[in-house]
Design a binder for this molecule. Structure first.
Ligand SMILES: [Fe+2]
Length: 228
């Protein structure tokens, strides 16, 4: 179920519908220097998935990186009681049942500082997403800041994504500007993400962009960068 993309980086996918549309979901697994694992946007952890994770290392951390990507965060504590959960801003209020270690911000906590960097994408409160960067593999990890749907996706998804200009390319959709409530804050967050030297982009919905992700993200968000 887990697919290795680079040293210490794996992903797993499963079908998932959002508003009735099959968009799929992806979990990213990062192995830290001490061998412990961080689960980004966790998927359900059934026996098979746990066995694969256990073969990689102990699951120590999980992050629910935006206000919408929390559905299976509770599974982590059940499967790995010793794991510590970190939540996107606003999630503790939305999911008070989730026992968590802390709220994600621009500063990586000591647990993974220096190995993973993060930016709280401000001004977009619908998601309150925190983007991650794994410098060792030049990988940007996001959930909903970009999609990457293509010919392998189900027909309804292809149709809808074509309508919102999000088909066959990595990047934000035509609807993304509507989600932004404070453009100055959003632009500043975007600039911090674009200061990262990434090449691969892992999205939650659609395909992983194995290379060339940087110019696609930069150009996809030109409407926000140019709005000065
Ligand atoms: Fe999502």
């Amino acid at each position: 179920m887990l697919r290795q993309l680079a040293d210490d980086v794996w992903v797993a996918e499963r079908p998932l519908k959002f508003l009735g549309l099959p968009v799929g979901a992806r979990m990213t697994v990062i192995r830290l220097d001490d061998g412990r694992l961080l689960l980004h946007s966790p998927l359900p952890l059934d026996d098979a998935m746990r066995a694969e994770l256990d073969a990689l290392g102990p699951v120590a951390y999980a992050v629910a990186p935006n206000r919408l990507h929390h559905l299976f965060a509770g599974d982590v504590a059940k499967a790995y009681p010793e794991a510590r959960l970190w939540l996107a801003p606003g999630l503790p209020e939305k999911r008070p049942d989730l026992v968590h270690e802390g709220v994600l911000d621009d500063e990586a906590p000591p647990e993974w500082r220096g190995q993973l960097e993060q930016v709280f994408f401000r001004g977009r409160p619908f998601e309150n997403e925190v983007a991650f960067f794994h410098p060792a593999s030049r990988t940007l990890v996001v959930c909903d800041l970009a999609f990457n749907f293509g010919p392998r996706d189900p027909l309804p998804t292809r149709v809808v994504m074509s309508l919102i200009r999000s088909y066959g390319k990595l990047g934000p959709t035509k609807l993304d500007p509507l989600l932004i409530r404070d453009r100055a804050l959003a632009r500043a967050s975007l600039e911090r993400i674009l200061a990262w030297d990434f090449d691969r982009v892992i999205v939650s919905h659609g395909a992983v962009q194995e290379s060339g992700g940087y110019p696609r993200m930069r150009d996809g968000y030109a409407w926000l960068r140019d709005d000065r």
